[in-house]
Design a protein around this ligand. Structure first.
Ligand code: ADP
Ligand code: SF4
Length: 690
């Protein structure tokens, strides 16, 4: 199909200094958890986006020197010839599809405490970055950079730039954002210097301007030089010379880089969860940049709608449409728009499982795209599934796992029947996405249903609860059971290990609320699941007008939400909704009027009034249907998948459904293991590095 002419503007080439991007789709640098230790995994992940039509594909933050070591978080480096070789695999994969390759040269300063390299962290004025969550927290404090350190920092960037060009990168970033070192010079909170690098805005931008010049000179003007800059704090600060400090600083730097990449300052606002933040949320902070500079500007905002993208360009906010999450959820987003198939876009749902992967220190995982990170290891392509099957497959259960399994089985060539007991498809999503803020998560079902409904080899049957007998009568060659999990009323002990169920009146689980049970207030929600369900239910009950207390065994509300950037926003939402929040407590008893709580460390008891108790704790998988058909042994091929197999996040259910469908009835495939290049693998390493 031809592209809709109203999207033509998105496919115009854009000059970026000495380079030209073939279109306006720009995959900005984003964490992937893929480091130089996995060069082929990373190359395939990034190369797939180039294949999918992104005009520029960037790698993630890339350390310029061992004094910028982010461990235990995964990060890339450009320290030596082995690193050049590792990145060259990626740039080759990107260039193979006509895209430009970009690299974000990075020095973390006080935000990178060098746990592995043991360098003293660097900073403009010794101001630490006081993170208070696991992985970020550290007892190391930075030292103050002297003039020699500043000269070194500039030289390290120049040397890394030379290596980056050798590795084949077209666009080299200077990174003055997200609390990292060049940004620390821009922001007066960090920069208390009294030399030429501190004080006035002119002095505070000096380092960034020198880094840009150094990178450009080191590569003889052959590579484009981009500046990535965070503007949220700066825009909120008054300036004597301009509408804000952000205006003043961009004004001073307006001719320095070939491209501005503009963003927010904090992960929770920059990579904001859709639950609390809409598409395009950066615009009020970054909208002024293009009015000050003639250089092209790229920015993000979880853009999934081509109309929004066009509007960003036409209204003069951005020249290039930045994508991080939308490019993970659908590496083929640009191609789908170009081919007039916008309805096929697998839209990002803004759940931030991807960013949780980086916090976990592993390769990126995505709720919408189960192939993310598996392009090389398992050979999974996000759009193409090898047509290697014939015969029939029956999928039981139309939740995320069943829908994904049905879609992938159908792509393999099976004649697929999907049977769902309920009136609608979507499983847990049907109700969960009616909870406050979660509406966009229904895209997981919508995308899959949209595809399935157009496939001639698929038949969808709702209101079809299947038992062992029906399965037997149906007689499919392959059966996939994806019947989901259920929440239990189990409590937990002070060690947070689930104990037994509680016997009391008006004790409920999320499944009861989904069924429409009326809850009497005041209500307490006891959460030891620690993901979104407990806090979302508390918000839901408060919105119904019930006096709500949220109790958790963890130290904060939705404690795992620290991984998905939701946690600060959950606390804000609780405050706004008047939800009382009690942390580090477990429920010890409930009699229908009072709830007895015990502190997890001290054991100290307290009582609160509550008529109802909702327990969001343990989920149980398993399937009696599966057990029955396996016991009968009538099907040669039966698989249990999704939450029924192992309850987890939606991402886990989708992944399991995908993997089951790829593997059922197929010859086993080798799972490849990647390995880093080492200096000993490189011929004449010293010369190559110079
Ligand atoms: P998952 O996240 O693993 O996909 P869900 O709980 O979201 O799990 O979805 C499971 C779906 O399976 C639900 O929609 C449920 O109605 C359906 N289901 C459960 N048992 C049967 C059955 N025996 N026959 C058909 N559908 C079933
Ligand atoms: Fe979007 Fe969620 Fe996928 Fe991240 S994990 S790209 S937020 S759908």
């Amino acid at each position: 199909m031809a592209r809709d002419p109203r999207f033509d503007i998105l496919f115009e080439p854009v000059a970026i200094g000495p380079k030209t991007a073939k279109n306006r789709f720009f995959q900005v640098p984003h964490a992937s958890g893929m480091t130089n230790a996995n060069p082929h995994v990373r190359a395939a992940f990034r190369g797939t986006k180039a294949e999918g039509g992104w005009g520029v594909v960037s790698t993630g933050a890339c350390s310029v020197h061992p004094s910028s070591d982010d461990s235990p978080f995964p990060f890339a480096s450009l320290w030596d010839a082995a690193d050049i070789r590792a990145h060259a695999v990626m740039t080759d994969a990107v260039h193979a599809h006509g895209a430009l390759a970009a690299v974000e040269l990075w020095h973390g300063g006080a935000a990178a405490v060098n746990r592995t390299t043991r360098h003293a962290p660097l900073s403009p004025s010794g101001v630490p970055w006081m993170a208070t969550h696991v992985g970020f927290m550290s007892s190391a404090r930075p030292r103050v950079m002297d003039a020699g350190d500043i000269r070194d920092l500039i030289r390290w960037h120049a040397e890394a730039a030379v290596r980056a060009e050798q590795a084949g990168f077209d666009i080299l970033y200077v990174y003055a954002g997200m609390g990292y070192l060049p940004y620390q010079f821009l922001l007066s909170d960090y920069n208390h210097r009294t030399d030429a690098y501190g004080g006035s805005a002119t002095n505070r931008v000096r380092l960034v301007a020198q880094l840009i010049d150094a990178v450009r000179e080191a590569t003889g003007g052959r590579c484009a030089v981009a500046l990535r800059v965070s503007l949220q704090e700066l825009r909120a600060r008054a300036s004597e010379n301009a509408p804000s400090e952000a205006h003043e600083i961009i004004g001073l730097l307006k001719d320095a880089p070939d491209l501005f990449d503009v963003k927010m300052d904090y992960s929770a606002t920059d990579c904001a969860p859709s639950r609390f933040t809409p598409e395009g949320s950066h615009e009020p902070v970054v909208d002024f940049v293009r009015q000050i500079t003639d250089k092209p500007v790229v920015g993000v905002g979880r853009f999934t709608s081509p109309d929004t993208m066009v509007s960003m360009v036409r209204r003069g906010v951005l020249d290039l449409i930045g994508g991080a999450r939308p490019s993970i959820a659908d590496p083929f987003l640009p191609r789908k728009i170009e081919e007039g198939r916008a309805e096929d876009i697998r839209e990002c749902i803004g759940c931030n499982i991807c960013i949780s992967s980086w916090h976990d220190g592993v390769w990126v995982r995505c709720t919408q795209n189960p192939t993310a990170g598996e392009e090389w290891r398992r050979g999974w392509h996000p759009e193409v599934v090898r047509k290697d099957a014939e015969g029939t497959a029956l999928v039981v259960g139309g939740g995320p796992a069943g829908l994904e399994a049905a879609l992938t089985l159908a792509r393999r060539g099976f004649a697929v029947t999907l049977a769902e007991a309920g009136r609608d498809f979507g499983g847990r999503l049907l109700w969960e996405t009616r909870l406050p803020g979660l509406r966009q998560w229904f895209r997981v079902a919508e995308y899959r249903l949209g595809q399935l409904r157009r496939m001639p080899n698929v038949s969808l049957h709702s209101e079809s609860a299947l038992g062992a007998e029906e399965l037997r009568d149906f007689g499919a060659d392959h059966v996939v059971i994806a019947t989901g999990a259920r929440w239990t009323t189990n409590l937990c002990g002070p060690n947070e290990i689930p104990t037994g169920p509680i016997d009391a009146p008006r004790v409920y689980t999320p499944d009861d609320i989904a069924r429409g049970v009326r809850i009497e207030g005041p209500v307490a929600v006891f959460d030891f699941d620690n993901y979104y369900m407990g806090s979302a239910i508390a918000e839901h009950l408060a919105a119904e007008g019930l006096a709500t207390t949220y109790v958790t065994s963890a130290g904060s509300a939705q404690s795992w939400g620290v991984m998905t950037n939701e946690q600060p926003l959950v606390h804000q939402a609780f405050r706004k909704a008047g939800i009382a929040c009690r942390t580090l407590e477990i429920v010890e008893g409930f009699d229908g009027r009072n709830l007895t709580l015990a502190h997890v460390f001290s054991g100290e008891r307290s009582t609160i009034a509550a008529r109802s108790l909702v327990i969001v704790g343990q989920r149980a998988g398993g399937s009696a249907l599966y057990d029955a058909v396996v016991a009968e042994g009538i099907f040669p091929s039966v698989a249990l998948t999704g939450d029924a197999n192992a309850p987890g996040a939606i991402a886990h259910a989708v992944y399991q459904g995908h993997r089951t469908a790829r593997e059922i009835g197929a010859a086993p495939r080798e799972v490849l293991r990647d390995a880093p290049y080492a200096m000993r693998d490189i011929a004449a390493p010293r010369e190559a590095a110079e």
